[in-house]
Design a protein around this ligand. Structure first.
Ligand code: ZN
Length: 185
């Protein structure tokens, strides 16, 4: 990541909105923001295949659900945060991963400039490609600050996206089972 370029861009942005870049409170802001982007856009350098490579063998294939995985991302249209929860279900075909790996997979895709629909599909595809389960389903619910802080200004409104692969794409009963598990406390 080119920290210097980000720094210059923030200086220009501050000038553009009519700020005095040299005043005390803003003196270190460009550098601070450059460092911040290093963290909030760190997903580009990470490979979900690596994260999902440590698998455990299981005999049966019951649905595995990991819900309420908190994530923060940036919408690529406004570079404003969108944040919420990811819920993941998959039906293993002999292979499972540690629960924390699902959360890390969400993180890899969240820490890039995103579109919620695409992020939802990327998480599903990463699990499908690396674990080869019977099926996977991902639900993301998020508040987009580009919609709640500006524009249509609907505070608290949530955008929900769903991605289904394999058995979840063709079987209503599996989707319903997942939704009913999401409703439990
Ligand atoms: Zn946006």
């Amino acid at each position: 990541m080119d920290q210097e370029k980000i720094k210059q861009a923030i200086e220009l942005l501050l000038e553009g909105i009519g700020e005095d870049v040299s005043r005390e409170g803003l003196k270190d802001t460009p550098e601070r923001i450059a460092r911040m982007y290093e963290e909030i856009c760190s997903g580009y350098d990470q490979d979900p295949a690596k994260i999902l490579s440590r698998v455990f063998t299981v005999p049966d294939s019951e649905m595995v659900v990991e819900k309420d995985i908190t994530f923060y991302s940036l919408c690529e249209h406004h570079m404003m945060p969108f944040f919420g929860k990811a819920h993941i279900a998959y039906i293993p075909k002999g292979k499972v991963v540690g629960i924390s790996k699902l959360a890390r997979t969400v993180e890899v895709f969240a820490k890039r400039l995103q579109v919620q629909e695409r992020m939802c599909g990327q998480i599903a595809d990463a699990i499908m490609d690396n674990l080869s389960p019977e099926g996977v389903m991902v639900v993301l619910e998020a508040e987009h600050t580009c919609m709640t802080m500006r524009g249509v200004k609907k505070p608290g409104s949530k955008t929900v996206t769903v991605a289904t692969r394999g058995a979840f794409a063709v079987r209503d009963d599996l989707r319903e089972q997942f939704y009913s598990l999401l409703k439990m406390g």
